[in-house]
Ligand binder design. Structure first.
Ligand code: SF4
Length: 348
């Protein structure tokens, strides 16, 4: 069941039956002198399909810098805060769309109350994030680890509810696939707060994508999850593209490209790997539903390309471009990028 409640971060609504959003997290310290470059990178992330972006905010200076960046970009930015409620208050003076903070690591009730009061005034939601690797001491040794994670999340939820603050989202993350599924199912069965889902510390690109796919596809198919992050020891762009592909695999994909490409073998007259890598960002930036086939040779190339809106396949020492199932042009390999761009622009 999709969450009934929703939370609004800037122009983005999570939960309430709205499409599942994709997020990632900035991976370096944000320096005040790098805001132009950061804004350009955020534009690139938006083109790939990123809806919301989180930043660690370790001190008051970082809060100020994030505020300057938030004022320059349209994507909702999230401040991730641990321990110091004054940083949360500082972020709430900036145009920051969402806070991630756990009452449990802020400490005194009055500090949490100050934060919730200001968040309510500003209309800024707060995400509670519980991680299986950092549970409260009394829950750490429980045999039922999934139960312990849910219990930890419920304590954090209760701390906010006691203060009358319910503009919240919840994430419960584990690095184990089955545990991730179990905790989210258990929470969704009892509560209707929007859920941020993902496998945490999932590892490098390939194992990370596999674990996240194994955990998130079943949850999404059950209607559990309102926003997702694929945590990878890889770049943000890979996290966003992985998020898109996971949504598509769960039948919750958004409009955009479907890429069919061959693994390449000795028959290839055309380097599909290099071509796919060169065109990845451009293709994922397409807003319409377009199927693109990138194939190495005539064994499977023409067949796949004929079923695509746009196809390119090696054919001996030539390259063939297919459009809407028909051969459109036969060209030399060195012309491939220029001609592909000409043909692709017709689908925008
Ligand atoms: S399409 Fe051709 S090059 Fe690509 S894997 Fe198949 S046989 Fe090999």
């Amino acid at each position: 069941m999709a969450s009934k409640r929703s939370a609004k971060a800037g122009g983005l609504i999570m939960g309430g039956g709205f499409p599942v959003s994709i997020q990632t997290m900035w991976k370096e310290p944000l320096a005040p002198g790098q805001l132009d470059a950061a804004a350009r990178r955020i534009e690139g992330l938006a083109a790939l399909g990123c809806d919301i972006l989180r930043f660690a905010v370790p001190d008051l200076e970082a809060a100020k810098t994030l505020g300057l960046l938030a004022a320059r970009v349209s994507m909702p930015l999230v401040a991730d805060i641990h321990f110091d409620w004054r940083i949360a208050l500082a972020c709430l003076d900036e145009p920051i769309a969402k806070i991630r903070l756990n009452p449990g690591n802020i400490g005194a009730r009055w500090k949490v109350e100050e934060v919730t009061k200001k968040a309510r005034d500003k209309g800024v939601p707060i995400r509670i994030g519980v991680n299986a690797g950092s549970l409260p001491e009394d829950l750490r040794d429980r045999e039922d680890r999934a139960g312990a994670v849910v219990e930890a999340a419920l304590r954090e939820v209760a701390a906010f509810e006691d203060l009358g603050f319910t503009d919240i989202l919840v994430s419960m993350k584990a690095s184990d696939v089955e545990e991730t599924i179990a905790v989210n199912r258990a929470f969704a069965a009892r509560y209707d707060y929007p859920l941020h889902i993902g496998v945490t510390e999932a590892g490098p690109l390939i194992p990370g994508v596999v674990k996240n796919t194994a955990a998130l596809v079943p949850l999404l198919k059950e209607g559990i999850g309102d926003t997702l992050r694929v945590s990878l020891s890889a770049d943000m762009e890979s996290e966003v593209v992985a998020g898109r592909e996971i949504l598509a695999a769960a039948g919750a994909g958004r409009a955009g490209v479907t890429v069919v490409s061959c693994p390449r073998c000795a028959r290839a007259g055309f380097d599909t790997h290099a071509f796919s890598a060169r065109w990845s960002s451009r293709l994922y930036g397409l807003k319409k539903n377009v199927t693109v086939a990138i194939m190495g040779c005539v064994v499977n190339g023409p067949g796949e390309a004929r079923h695509a809106d746009l196809g390119i396949t090696g054919a001996g020492d030539k390259v063939i471009i297919f459009k809407n199932g028909q051969i459109a042009r036969t060209i030399r390999p060195e012309e491939a990028d220029t001609v592909f761009e000409e043909e692709l622009s017709a689908f925008e």
